[in-house]
Design a protein around this ligand. Structure first.
Ligand code: HAM
Length: 435
């Protein structure tokens, strides 16, 4: 037998049911927030990700040359595709553009808990609005999406930070654009490595790594706007306008009653290269789990793709960490749907009447099963029980002649007689309605 590739998942019906339940909840939440669903190709020109996503993602690409000699890559994330897609049509679109997608992505990462090589992402983005109100709307959707599964503020937190302030702070250390990007990459990883390792890495970018690191450590400790204001007052960065945007964002989240879900935390910088403003990640409060979701503002990406100057922001939530979290908390479990009705058929002569009714019932939304090859009644009743059906409906010679069907309630073993032409009404009266 062949095995699947490392880090690639298979979804047998039980597991596929869980996946679909998750997708349905996410989809319906995005729709409540009036986001429209879109989709796009899974295979893209390699160039789309080079420089746009940053070195980390590029090193994780599944890429190859197609038969036409084109350099192509499996999509590692949706954002560059979205920026291209909207950028090409933005001038004729109503703004703000609020779109979501649920798509599979591929990254050649080391498979481990919370990390696979193929995973789904629920992406939600707003393009065409540069205000903190749009960032607030996205964070509210992110929180609402997790709350719909029964998670609350004791379960998860959205750690909120700002790339713009990070860049300004690092520039106050006279760092070049390249050095700023390098230091942000180091900060992104610093909570997972020894202090000494961070210090050595910073030493390659600045002459006083210890002083920079202790300043970075102070910024990372900041947990309120007031504390941030005091920290920034010590730098020469003109921060008042930016602080105002942050205040508006935080006030919006608070007005919606969601402040308990959000924590200002400059430990978040985000690994992707294109972020330009507020950034955030959602984490389980307990444990060391990887992020449930991450996102932020990327106002320059659409233009870099050759499109117009279009502000943009968004987030993506991965299905792997989300599912682990929901399963660990018992908020979701395997579910294989069962038929409501199982037809028990006397023989080939009764099959026509049975199939006629099966078809009518299915058209009305009942989940119905019947034997492809009629066997003895005893065996069929056993199969009906095994199938998990609530009712077994008997199509014997007598039933068809008299037009009165015998319906066995499988849980109790009781039988009732139901006129054949009222079967649908009778089942509806019992509260059966599947799809
Ligand atoms: P990201 O932080 O790279 O952001 O990924 C977002 C989420 O996708 C992560 O928090 C995690 O849940 C999931 N994820 C990422 N890589 C893997 C993996 N190898 N295995 C399992 N899950 C994974 C982005 O992708 C941005 N494009 C998000 C965004 C949308 N920004 C603006 N709009």
């Amino acid at each position: 037998m062949f095995d699947s590739l490392p880090g690639f998942r298979e979804f047998l019906p039980d597991s596929c049911g869980v996946r679909n339940t998750i997708f349905n909840v996410l989809r319906s939440t995005a729709e409540r927030y009036n986001f429209l669903e879109y989709d796009a190709p899974l295979l893209e020109p390699l160039e789309l990700y080079i420089e746009k996503s940053g070195p980390e993602i590029v090193s994780q690409l599944f890429n190859f040359e197609d038969k036409g000699g084109r350099a192509v890559a499996l999509r590692p994330e949706m954002t560059p595709t979205l920026a291209r897609l909207v950028g090409a049509r933005a001038n004729s679109m109503k703004r703000p553009i609020k779109w979501f997608s649920i798509v599979e992505n591929f990254r050649y990462e080391k498979p481990q808990k919370g990390r696979t090589r193929s995973f789904y992402q629920y992406n939600a983005d707003i393009l065409g609005d540069a205000s903190p109100g749009a960032d607030a709307e996205l964070i509210l959707l992110l929180i609402a999406s997790l709350k719909r599964f029964g998670l609350n503020e004791t379960d998860f937190v959205v750690r909120l930070s700002d790339r713009q302030m990070w860049v300004a702070f690092l520039k106050s250390w006279d760092l070049s654009d390249t050095a700023v990007a390098e230091v942000l990459g180091i900060v992104d990883k610093m909570q997972r490595v020894e202090r000494q390792v961070t210090l050595e890495k910073l030493g390659k970018c600045v002459s006083e790594p210890e002083a920079l690191l202790s300043d970075i450590e102070k910024l990372i400790q900041v947990r309120s706007i007031d504390a941030l204001e005091s920290f920034l007052a010590a730098t020469d960065y003109k921060f008042s306008e930016r602080l105002e945007d942050l205040r508006i964002l935080v006030q919006r989240l608070s007005a919606a009653g969601m402040d308990g879900f959000v924590q200002l935390d400059f430990g978040i910088v985000r690994g992707l290269a294109y972020y330009t403003g507020f950034v955030y990640e959602a984490f389980e409060r307990s444990g060391e789990s990887r992020a449930l979701a991450g996102g932020g503002r990327y106002d320059e990406l659409v233009k870099k793709m050759g499109g117009p100057d279009l502000p943009a922001a968004g987030f993506a939530m991965g299905d792997v960490t989300l599912r682990d979290c929901l399963e660990e908390k018992g908020l979701i479990g395997p579910s294989t749907p069962e038929p409501s009705v199982y037809m028990v058929v006397g023989g080939e002569a009764e099959m026509a009447a049975c199939l006629k009714d099966v078809t009518r019932l299915r058209e009305q939304g009942f989940r119905v099963e019947y034997p492809f090859k009629p066997a003895g009644f005893g065996k069929q009743f056993k199969n009906a029980e095994k199938s998990g059906a609530k009712y077994a409906v008997v199509y014997g010679e007598d039933e068809i002649k008299s037009g009165a069907l015998t319906v066995k309630v499988l849980a109790s073993g009781d039988s009732v007689t139901v006129p054949r032409d009222t079967l649908i009404r009778w089942l509806s009266d019992q509260g059966v309605r599947d799809l």
